[in-house]
Unconditional design. Structure first.
Length: 231
């Protein structure tokens, strides 16, 4: 198989303005990936599938990743005016404003995003995997990415699973609905800030932690409902 750099160059020659970036993997596997711009992702993916040398005809798996907002601390050097006592012309100490360079720590928040990751193989050429990534703008109201279902049918159920568990909305998907959780379920259980509910309305299990949470929920809601739950 061509190197990741060669594949990137081939994409850029075939899809002008594709905006493909290499995401390096520092682990021993060194399985680097290509980050695609959602605006050009379908054209890039079609090229990867149809190109005679690459021929990535199999999409083996699709996974989701949640990258929450991240606080980053940075040390920066700044100049500021400070008042200091210095020797005057007559040898006495006088107060004078001088400029000095100091280092201070500043914090900033790097916005989070959701990511879909695709692993491509070529059955015809017997090579792979090629790892592709797409990222949403944020984790709240701009979570749309294009679907790959019409290029690789194997994306259909897997993108539904990512939609269900992470909340990525795959634009153009032919049947985008929950696949593991039920319709009407709120939130997305695989997000890193997901909070488990304490409302275990089904029969409590023998696991102590779950049983205690169930009892606590019953006690908290008993007054609201006007009845005491049966034990």
């Amino acid at each position: 198989m061509k190197t990741i750099e060669e594949i990137k160059s081939a994409i850029e020659a075939a899809v002008p303005g594709a905006g493909v970036e290499i995401v390096l993997n520092p682990s021993p596997s060194a399985q680097h990936s290509l980050l695609l711009s959602p605006a050009h992702a379908l054209d890039v993916a079609k090229f990867l599938r149809d190109d005679s040398e690459l021929a990535f005809d199999l999409l083996s798996n699709v996974t989701g990743v949640d990258w929450p907002d991240k606080e980053i601390s940075e040390k920066v050097k700044i100049k500021r005016n400070v008042k200091k006592m210095v020797d005057g012309p007559d040898g006495t100490k006088v107060e004078q404003e001088v400029e000095e360079e100091v280092e201070e720590t500043r914090k900033r928040v790097e916005p989070g995003y959701l990511e879909s990751v695709y692993h491509l193989y070529s059955i015809a050429k017997k090579h792979g995997p090629l790892v592709l990534r797409m990222r949403t703008v944020n984790r709240t109201d701009q979570v749309d990415l294009p679907t790959f279902t019409f290029l690789w049918r194997s994306a259909e159920f897997q993108e539904r699973e990512i939609f269900d568990l992470y909340g990525i909305v795959f634009t153009g998907h032919p049947d985008l609905r929950r696949i593991l959780m039920w319709e009407g379920f709120k939130d997305h259980p695989m997000r890193k800030d997901y909070v488990d509910p304490d409302d275990f309305e089904y029969e409590p299990t023998a696991h102590d932690e779950v049983l205690e949470r169930h009892k606590a929920h019953q006690a908290a809601t008993a007054g609201q409902e006007g009845t005491v739950p049966a034990q």
